[in-house]
Design a protein. Structure first.
Length: 158
């Protein structure tokens, strides 16, 4: 019985290595189903400055519902197209916590084949009222940061 328990712990240990409260906040957006971060129903998972961009995206969508708003891709994937099974199978998360801030790195593949399928996403988190919330997302694959993206469509022009 002890041998069986030891074997189970050895098998589970690698998965537990990336598990943690900050990583769990990021994992939520990838599995069991990818969630579109800018969707209003997930807004409570974010803080400024990202919420400001998401709000501008909402305004742009309302003003011109027949046009692409500011965010025309899934920020957590750095893509529009993906295979859920591949993401679920390849997702690796690692976290670094420093007090009330954390960095979670998500590495995964969008598809089982293709050189441009690999992604490395860096999620910045802040602890707010005891919960980890996302303050920014950056793609190391494509070299952009969500908080730096502009969304002029939702703003009134002067």
């Amino acid at each position: 019985m002890k041998l069986l328990l030891a074997a189970i712990l050895l098998i589970a240990a690698p998965a537990a290595a990336w598990a943690g409260p900050a990583s769990d906040a990021v994992k939520f957006f990838y599995v069991p189903q990818v969630k579109f971060e800018a969707d209003a129903q997930y807004r409570d998972h974010f803080t400024e400055p990202v919420t400001k961009l998401f709000n501008l995206n909402d305004q742009a969508t309302k003003k011109n519902s027949d046009q692409v708003a500011c965010i025309d891709f899934d920020p957590g994937l750095d893509a529009q197209d993906f295979d859920q099974k591949t993401i679920s199978k390849t997702l690796k998360l690692s976290e670094t916590v420093d007090g009330d801030t954390a960095q979670v790195v998500a590495n995964f593949s969008l598809f089982s084949e293709g050189d441009d399928s690999q992604r490395e996403m860096h999620w910045s988190l802040k602890k707010v009222d005891g919960k980890w919330k996302v303050s920014d997302i950056a793609s190391r694959t494509s070299d952009w940061t969500l908080s730096q993206l502009e969304c002029m469509t939702g703003q009134d022009q002067e």
